[in-house]
Design a protein around this ligand. Structure first.
Ligand code: ADP
Ligand code: MG
Length: 384
């Protein structure tokens, strides 16, 4: 029988790691990415360089592939409508999660806990809306945001002056929560009744970018159960086949009481899920690969110990006085508890750009985090 052919829209690190899992299952993998330097180009055999809205390139990809998925929700869904039958997860899941206004409306209409918000459609004046909504708040662009891009914290009316005049897809204002813990939970559904949930991850952000993911999360078992149950309910309500990552805040809001809020939805593999490659019996990438190939799922179990994933941002390359490409890993020799380093092969280092990650195993979450921070500090040294 001919191997199954799987398309991936997006050849970033998520597309590459998914592609590797698909190759393990002897699939043909075809990536489409507009970036002439996408990480997939050097690592996966079939990469097409084309825009995500190039109708002819999309037609060829969907004709060639049995099923097509995506590694980012910031892909325009309109050009995918003629090919909707082969897209996993669905166009609807993509369209809902890429637009903060639609995402919030979905959470609200389905009855899931969310932050207080106000949509400011394109063309409507942000200032008046923000004054009516109240400060402090966060203004987020409706479309195209990731890693904190397009987000502005507004403490008071004067801060409005520092914002761009308009945002892609308008604005969504959110109440500024006092965050206690950030969590994420990945749900996998195969469309044939199998549905499973990964352990809950605890996420620590710096400047709106994921810094560390720790598992097991340092929260009460009852809270972990609540997050898992909510994540599964959200995935069902959105009718996701594939993966859905649900980001949560455990926070004190305007209402006062500490509770779980659903922050964002990503119908794909997620940065916080990288830790599953070592910490779990099934990685997030293998889970999605199985779903795309029609191979049955098995529940992901956590291996013993505590695990911490640390992102390696472009800042580490810059600290080593490198512009991109290779990283000096000599310090790794002093950190035997770092069980994996994964470098994405991006050519250009920029502050805040995700260029790689690593995973630490230790006896406790605190120790794993301490070792992760120490490892990254040891890497971030200028050449001797
Ligand atoms: P993205 O991940 O797409 O950049 P998020 O909405 O997840 O956007 O925001 C990124 C980070 O910014 C969050 O993980 C959190 O640390 C912080 N943040 C976002 N919204 C709020 C909020 N309403 N209150 C407090 N902190 C927030
Ligand atoms: Mg987020």
């Amino acid at each position: 029988m001919k191997p199954r052919s799987v398309g991936i829209l997006g050849g970033g690190q998520l597309g590459v790691m998914l592609g590797e899992s698909l190759l393990h299952l002897n699939c043909e993998v075809v990536v489409l990415d507009p970036d002439v330097e996408s990480p997939a180009l050097a690592r996966l055999p079939h990469v097409v360089t084309a825009r995500y809205d190039a109708a002819d390139a999309l037609a060829v990809l969907f004709e060639r592939c049995d099923v097509v998925t995506f590694d980012s929700e910031n892909i325009p869904f309109g050009p995918l409508l003629p090919h909707a039958a082969k897209l996993v997860p669905s166009v609807q899941a993509l369209a809902t999660s890429q637009d903060r206004a639609k995402e919030k409306a979905f959470l609200q209409s389905s009855g899931f806990p969310h932050v207080e918000y106000r949509v400011v459609p394109p063309g409507e004046e942000l200032g008046a809306a923000a004054r009516a909504f109240g400060f402090p708040c966060i203004a987020k662009s409706g479309l195209g945001g990731y890693d904190g891009k397009g987000q502005y914290r507004l403490e008071r009316a004067e801060d409005l002056a520092s914002l761009p005049a308009a945002a892609h897809g308008g604005w969504v204002l959110e109440e500024l929560l006092t965050l206690h813990t950030e969590l994420s939970c990945i749900v996998a559904r195969d469309g044939r009744g199998a549905e499973l949930c990964f352990p809950v991850f605890e996420n620590l952000h710096t400047a709106h970018v994921l810094d560390l993911t720790v598992v097991p999360a340092r929260v009460a078992p009852s809270l972990e159960e609540e997050a898992r149950a909510l994540a599964v309910q959200v995935a069902r309500a959105l009718d996701v086949v594939g993966l859905l990552t649900v980001e949560f805040f455990l926070a004190d809001g305007r209402a006062g009481k500490r509770r779980l809020y659903v922050n964002e939805l990503a119908p794909r593999t997620h940065n916080s899920g990288h830790v599953t490659r070592q910490a779990c019996t099934l990685s997030q990438f293998d889970a999605l690969a199985r779903i795309l190939c029609g191979v049955p799922l098995a529940p992901p179990r956590l291996h013993p110990g505590a695990w911490c994933m640390g992102n390696l941002l472009g800042d580490v390359w810059l600290a080593q006085q490198r512009t991109g490409g290779a990283l000096d890993l000599a310090a790794w020799g002093r950190f035997p508890d770092v069980v994996d380093v994964f470098l994405y092969g991006k050519h250009q280092a920029r502050p805040g750009r995700k260029m790689g990650h690593f995973v630490v195993r230790a006896d406790t979450p605190e120790r794993a985090m301490e070792r992760a921070r120490a490892f990254r500090a040891a890497l971030s040294q200028p050449p001797q």
